[in-house]
Ligand binder design. Structure first.
Ligand SMILES: Nc1ncnc2c1ncn2[C@@H]1O[C@H](COP(=O)(O)OP(=O)(O)OP(=O)(O)O)[C@@H](O)[C@H]1O
Ligand SMILES: [Mg+2]
Length: 550
């Protein structure tokens, strides 16, 4: 893993400013370290050899105080800069991640990706704190301080400078070797951890099933075994971390001792001034310290770096080429033609749709019927522009859907998906999503979709809060809220995917009635299993399952 991922500079511009600020502060720190050592060495030399008393040392004492205060101020500034830019970079990355994922579309997001994306955008991005606040500033100090200190020592005594120049590079070399070993272990540990959490989630979610079939005890054994493996992996990683800290500590102590011995010998022979010797002795450990710290901070930022790597992979996934033409034909009066549309999902033998053709006249209501898995929802996804046909095309009058700007096209479409998604919030807020600019019409839409039928009985009515994914509402109630959302949208093309599947005959009748009123001056494509809904249609179009191609 590189110490500084160049992609971080590309995707989060604040990083650049932060690096410049850190470099300036790092240089100032290096200067202050040298100033502090010079003042200390001077004061000690004057007290012991020059016999100076406290009054003589007033000025250097005050200067020393000032230097210490300045070091504190620089550290504070560094901390402030780090946290500010970490916050800015985190929100930049989150924004870009979500934007890019949205543009990659539902087809990319389907499957296990949405779970990973959620983890990345929350915990993964937060893990960058350690990287920005600790690791990066330390990395810069590890360059500026040893260089400045080394230069100062070279001015005083070249022999010590040579000893330091030879031994200092050993620290990063050892740290990298240890880092490689840790990384390897860490990856293995991550795999065990994700195995453990996936397994645990699975068992907890399936506990009732396991209980009924008498398999709960056996699962506990399985979890105990994986936990044991995880514990052993953690302990061996920790062992490496401790041993590496010890090795680096030992290395720098021995190097400083080497400098001390050579200085001591020359002091005895009278080849060196006491003050210079003292200065070099005080400065020498400072050359090693920041490098050792980098090693320690590295362990704290590995998680953030790993997450950042995944984030960049997502950000660099090429976007599907969508059209850009915002000049959408008047959908209310447009004929929509599907022309030999074929959609094949990867890793499936049979295409979901195979050469499907259909002409939808303006104002027409079409019911799609067909067995489960025959491609009805896929067809609606094609009309929404979520899925691009692998072959064939979709035309709205003269315009090919592939050339149109997807957002401009979707402004003309209202959609009730097969499993409607409701967000945490109130019922009313979920309906208003259909058209945030028409808040007053929400109640009418709620009435039309028969939401008031159940919300009217709740103490807070439409202002009743619901949980994520519409928790707290039954499947049929969620469907009606989604319908109200589509009603409020007032779009010329209405796509309904089994909008009455969760409803009893009575509610179904009210919804069918509402759909009939809504369909009056709109083009409607609905997926209908129930006869009551299919009866609304001007035309019933069968969707047959595609054959497996040899
Ligand atoms: N994201 C996907 N990845 C892979 N295959 C998919 C995906 N979505 C759908 N399929 C497959 O495509 C085929 C058509 O699915 P689709 O959801 O369009 O069927 P449907 O007609 O709406 O069925 P139902 O009546 O049960 O809702 C199915 O075989 C399904 O397994
Ligand atoms: Mg479906």
């Amino acid at each position: 893993m590189k110490p500084l991922d160049p992609r971080l500079l590309r995707h989060a511009r604040t990083t650049r400013t932060f690096l410049v600020a850190s470099a300036v502060l790092g240089t100032v720190t290096a200067g202050l370290v040298i100033a502090q050592a010079t003042l200390l060495a001077g004061m000690i030399a004057r007290t012991f050899l020059g016999g100076a008393d406290l009054a003589d040392l007033r000025t250097p004492m005050l200067l020393l105080l000032a230097v210490v205060a300045a070091r504190a101020a620089v550290a504070w500034l560094q901390e402030v800069a780090a946290h500010r830019s970490a916050a800015a970079v985190k929100s930049q990355l989150r924004g870009r991640l979500l934007e890019h994922a949205t543009r990659l579309g539902p087809r990319w997001l389907s499957g296990e990706r949405s779970g990973e994306l959620a983890t990345l955008a929350t915990r993964g991005v937060d893990a960058l704190d350690g990287y920005f606040a600790r690791y990066l500033p330390q990395l810069i100090l590890a360059v500026t301080v040893p260089l400045a200190v080394g230069a100062r020592i070279l001015l005083g005594d070249w022999v010590s400078a040579v000893i330091i120049a030879v031994t200092v590079p050993l620290i990063p070399v050892f740290a990298i070797l240890v880092g490689l070993a840790t990384q390897w272990k860490m990856n293995r540990q991550w795999r065990t951890l994700s195995l453990l959490s996936a397994h645990f989630l699975d068992v907890v979610a399936g506990l009732p099933t396991l209980k009924v079939f008498g398999r709960a005890k056996a699962q506990a054994r399985g979890i105990r075994e994986v936990t044991g493996r995880y514990r052993r992996a953690t302990m061996s990683t920790l062992r490496i971390a401790f041993v590496s800290a010890m090795v680096l500590e030992l290395l720098s102590t021995l190097s400083v001792a080497l400098v001390a011995v050579s200085i001591g010998l020359r002091l005895v022979e009278g080849g060196m001034a006491f003050e210079t010797a003292l200065l070099i002795l005080i400065l020498a450990p400072e050359a090693y310290f920041p490098l050792r710290q980098v090693g320690a901070q590295y362990h704290a930022s590995v998680e953030g770096l790993t997450a950042a790597g995944r984030i960049f992979e997502v950000l660099e996934t090429p976007l599907p080429d969508t059209g850009t033409n915002a000049d959408v034909p008047d959908v209310r009066h447009a004929t929509i033609r599907l022309d030999g549309v074929t959609v094949a999902y990867p890793e499936r033998d049979a295409p979901a749709l195979d050469g499907f053709s259909l002409t939808i006249h303006p104002g027409e209501t079409i019911a799609l019927v067909g067995p489960s898995g025959s491609g009805k929802s896929t067809l609606l996804n094609v009309l929404l522009g979520f899925v691009r046909p692998d072959e064939g095309r979709v035309l709205a009058d003269w315009a090919d859907l592939a050339d149109l700007d997807p957002d401009a096209w979707r402004r003309n479409v209202a959609w009730v998906p097969q499993r409607p998604y409701l967000f945490a919030g109130t019922i009313a807020a979920n309906i208003r999503l259909g058209d945030p600019d028409a808040p007053d019409a929400a109640e009418d839409a709620a009435r039309a979709a028969n939401v008031l039928g159940f919300a009217g009985d709740l103490p807070r009515g439409l202002d009743t809060p619901i949980g994520e994914r519409g928790a707290g509402l039954s499947a049929g109630q969620r469907q009606r809220v989604a319908l109200a959302r589509a009603f409020l949208r007032d779009a010329p093309l209405l796509l309904l995917d089994e909008p009455t599947s969760g409803l009893d005959p009575e509610s179904e009748a009210t919804v069918v009635d509402a759909v009939r009123r809504l369909a009056a001056d709109r083009t409607v494509v609905l997926v209908a299993h129930r006869p009551a809904l299919a009866a609304l249609a001007d035309r019933i179009v069968p969707v047959e399952p595609a054959e497996v191609h040899a």
